[in-house]
Design a protein around this ligand. Structure first.
Ligand code: FES
Length: 144
């Protein structure tokens, strides 16, 4: 059986929403200390909705596929829904990741949360701090 699903390979080879948003309302960058991979997410937000999203990922294929899928999943969505996006949902949408690569999808969830937090703070919007990791890094990563 192939280690990676067709969807993972597709999003790795043809990643969606790669790039930078110069006028982003929120930017989140997280890194995995063990493997050194870095993910940056840019959000354009209007009327509480993600109007546009771009990413830059310097990392493994699973991290690139996770970033690509995560950006597709949050585009056009209200922020309340974006907050609920989990790394498991990203992995499921990719038809699964090998267990040793699940931590790569955690980066996508954390980068999006970091970008949302940046947006809330820049705009003085009150938010529930308990829903955000204190230090946005790949906390669940045990494997480099
Ligand atoms: Fe570092 Fe995948 S995010 S190995």
């Amino acid at each position: 059986m192939a280690l990676y699903s067709e969807k993972v390979m597709d999003h790795f080879r043809n990643p969606r929403n790669v790039g930078v948003l110069d006028d982003a309302d929120g930017v989140g960058e997280v890194g995995n200390v063990k493997c050194g991979d870095i993910m940056k997410i840019y959000l354009k937000i209007e009327d509480n909705i993600v109007r546009d999203v771009k990413f830059e990922t310097f990392g493994c294929g699973s991290a690139i596929a996770s970033s690509s899928m995560a950006t597709e999943l949050i585009k056009g969505k209200p922020l309340e829904e974006v907050m609920k996006l989990t790394n498991k949902a990203v992995a499921e949408a990719l038809d699964g990741l090998p267990p040793i690569k699940m931590h790569c999808s955690v980066l996508a969830e954390e980068a999006i949360k970091a970008a949302l937090k940046d947006y809330y703070e820049k705009n003085d919007i009150p938010y529930d701090k308990s829903q955000f990791p204190a230090t946005p890094t790949c906390a669940s990563c045990e494997i480099g």
